[in-house]
Write a protein that binds this ligand. Sequence first.
Ligand code: ADP
Ligand code: MG
Length: 329
Amino acid sequence: MTTATLAHDNLLEVRNLRKYFGKGSHPVRAVDDVSFSIRKGETLGLVGESGSGKSTIGRLLTRLVDPTDGEMLYQPAASEATPRDLADLSQAQFRPLRSKIQIIFQDPYASLNPRMRIRDVLGEALDTHGLAKGSARKPRIEQLLQQVGLRPEHADRYPHEFSGGQRQRIGIARALAVEPQFIVADEPLSALDVSIQAQVVNLLGELKEQLGLTLLFISHDLDVVEYLCDRVVVLYLGRVMEIAPTESLYANPRHPYTRALLAAAPIPDPAQRRVVPLLQGDLPSPANPPSGCVFRTRCPMAEERCASADMQLREVQSGHWHACWRDDL
Ligand code: ADP
Ligand code: MG
């Protein structure tokens, strides 16, 4: 087990992470040997088609599912001598870290108890971690509501009395209640009207700055990712195809898969943003991925050697990595 310290500005280093669902000879390889890092205070985007393993990575980092293999090294403060391997902690050992690492879901309504007033939803989150007790409770709840753009009197309402955008704000307030350091946002805009999405994106960006949060932003909306994220990880069939600073990725995508994602022509109607287009052909089954480069069966540039290649990420420019051996792209 590695316990080397992390590069000094990293909050998290994911190394050779795997999550296989099911046993037997053909488990679903939802996440297959994935490595990337997350710097303190950055917003890292995670993109890829549906089924590429994005949510599974979010659920692994928050230990909603247990990894099959690999490391998730977490170092909240440089003063701590060694990082903790989140993959190696039992659920009981992870519990104290739960307040530091929070997740926001696509549909907050599904995770809000319809019979609970918002005051109790937030109170429950505070209680779980023994925060804002007694007379500190009411002002803290009002502060949380204000932070997400709601009003103090909203505390006494029930989830069904809110619009979709407001419910997502409540989901964000609930995550913030426990004073997290790191938030995974898994498609937090997908259930919202386009007109509301920009408000929630701006709120996330503002809160991140104000509270010094680190964010993993999972999305299939490439325009929002370009707007919000500092760096981007491109995932395909449970594997990383490319990692780069946002500007570098959008200006100069290196991997044929990233190029295919970005190839969708700009749409004149600003309400219709660029979302991950369907590539030709079906996504292969993650229970039976292609040999060599997993993208080769849909890659316009595929050659014979791709079938037997052991593709690893290579750094082609400072901070810009991709898993294709062609340099002429
Ligand atoms: P994404 O969020 O990118 O759409 P997911 O992480 O949800 O992708 O899923 C990746 C793959 O893992 C998919 O093939 C999905 O069907 C499979 N998968 C996810 N969760 C489970 C599970 N609990 N049991 C079995 N297969 C799963
Ligand atoms: Mg998902």
